[in-house]
Design a protein around this ligand. Structure first.
Ligand SMILES: [Zn+2]
Length: 258
């Protein structure tokens, strides 16, 4: 007797056909695992992009704060210049001889004082702005730290997922070898040719007279033969090997069909 592979259907089926269905499930699982493994560089890239985005936001916040500090220092320099002029004018005021001279210097002083006042308002504005920019930088830094933590955790999850997939692939490869060895070589050859031609899907369920994968209606004679699951038959249209899964037997307690 041939070994049985997992299928364990509740109805009678040609053993090769049953093994092919198991083989197809196995191949589909392998394909899916391979696709997920192939996705890794893309997923790592997405992690990098997330980290770069928060890093760029942090750098931009730092730059805005730096610009604010530079602007404030520039204004402070201007204030110092005007303060210098003011003290010079005050000295001149002591030395003036005429009322006209006095008034002229006094005017210069008033003008310089006005300038200093405007500049000091500017400094105050920059200081308020600096409070906001410092808070924004702190937010960007904590977002960056949170993102780093999240990405680290997701990377660890991805690594364990991939290592599980590799283990699964190794196991399935061994199972497949044993399964293929148990198959009639001619039957396997048909499966293998169709699988390669049809992106790894060589089996198609027939239901309601239709191939459920290519959706073409089967000839009644073909469908009737498929219903018995006794032989290897291919869909006339897509070439896939056809099988039929009958409706499950009614659950206990439910009315039995006659
Ligand atoms: Zn088909």
């Amino acid at each position: 007797m041939r070994p049985r592979f997992g299928g364990a259907f509740f109805f009678d089926m040609n053993a090769d056909l049953e093994h092919l269905i198991v083989l197809q499930r196995l191949d589909s699982t392998v394909l899916d695992a391979q696709r997920r493994l192939a996705d890794e560089p893309g997923r790592q890239q997405a992690f990098d992009t997330r980290l770069e985005t928060t890093l760029a936001a942090m750098a931009a916040a730092k730059e805005r704060l730096g610009e604010n500090q530079n602007a404030r220092r520039a204004i402070e320099k201007d204030v110092a210049v005007h303060q210098g002029r003011l003290s010079k004018f005050r000295d001149q005021l002591m030395a003036v001889k005429t009322n006209v001279e006095y008034q002229a210097v006094q005017k210069e002083i008033e003008f310089a004082q006005k300038e200093v006042k405007t500049l000091e308002d500017g400094i105050l504005e920059r200081m308020l702005e600096a409070d906001e920019l410092t808070a924004a930088l702190k937010r960007a830094e904590s977002e960056r730290a949170a993102e780093q933590k999240a990405v680290d955790a997701e990377r660890r999850m991805l690594a364990s997922e991939l290592s599980e997939l590799r283990t699964t692939l190794e196991r399935l490869t061994k199972e497949r070898t044993a399964l293929v060895a148990s198959l009639d070589p001619h039957t396997f050859k048909i499966f293998d040719v169709v699988s390669k031609r049809r992106n790894g899907v060589a089996m198609a369920q027939a239901r309601d007279g239709i191939c459920t994968i290519c959706h073409v209606r089967l000839r009644p004679q073909v469908f009737n033969t498929v219903l018995r699951n006794e032989q290897i038959l291919q869909c006339d249209s897509c070439g896939r090997i056809l099988y039929h899964i009958p409706a499950p037997p009614a659950a206990a307690g439910a009315p039995q069909p006659s």
